[in-house]
Design a protein around this ligand. Structure first.
Ligand SMILES: CC(C)(COP(=O)(O)OP(=O)(O)OC[C@H]1O[C@@H](n2cnc3c(N)ncnc32)[C@H](O)[C@@H]1OP(=O)(O)O)[C@@H](O)C(=O)NCCC(=O)NCCS
Length: 154
């Protein structure tokens, strides 16, 4: 059975290993510990039979959030784990009453772009040569999450 819950300190070694498998410039163990201990982060993990199979990290900047990271282990992709993690992150953003979530994604990362579009993210910008290994542009995407009354009824 697949479950999604908030990350704990004992998850970080497995999360760091999964990060290393998924990205050419992986985050360090210490970066994940920092996010875990930050009061401004929403850090979720997905597990199957006690094994970490995915994670996602949202960081709050005042009333907006940035999706720093989301990944699912290669063998578990295409089974709805990314969907569940992103739903959990969006719920977290709603609880924190964040107005928007931003993210950056490699221009050619079709699975991730498709996942984000499915969850209501729209392209709002481009950062040229943002990524290394290989050098690539980043697409910036945003999703409106929570609108306060003033904005709903101006
Ligand atoms: C992006 C990623 C997290 C998706 O996780 P996943 O568990 O495979 O995704 P799901 O099975 O929940 O699929 C959800 C949606 O993602 C999109 N998607 C997933 N795999 C896809 C693929 N191979 N091609 C196109 N779209 C895909 C689809 O929109 C899918 O919805 P659908 O099934 O209704 O078509 C996963 O591919 C991954 O870990 N990639 C490597 C790390 C990465 O690039 N992270 C993003 C950094 S910005």
């Amino acid at each position: 059975m697949i479950t999604v819950r908030k990350a704990r300190e004992e998850d970080i070694i497995a999360v760091t290993e999964l990060e290393r498998q998924c990205f050419s410039r992986p985050w360090s163990y210490q970066s994940f510990v920092f996010e875990l201990q930050s009061g401004d982060s929403w850090f979720s993990v997905a597990l199957m039979d006690g094994e970490i199979i995915g994670f996602a990290v949202l960081h709050r900047f005042v009333d907006e959030g940035e999706l720093f990271n989301i990944a699912v282990s290669e063998k578990m992709r295409g089974r709805g784990v990314g969907d569940r993690l992103l739903c959990d992150i969006i719920e977290g953003a709603k609880k924190h009453e964040l107005k928007k979530i931003f993210l950056e994604v490699r221009k050619t990362n079709e699975p991730a772009k498709s996942l984000y579009k499915k969850h209501g993210f729209e392209v709002c910008g481009l950062r040229r040569n943002y990524y290394d290994d290989p050098k690539e542009d980043a697409i910036i995407m945003e999703k409106r999450v929570f609108e306060d009354r003033k904005e709903e009824n101006p």
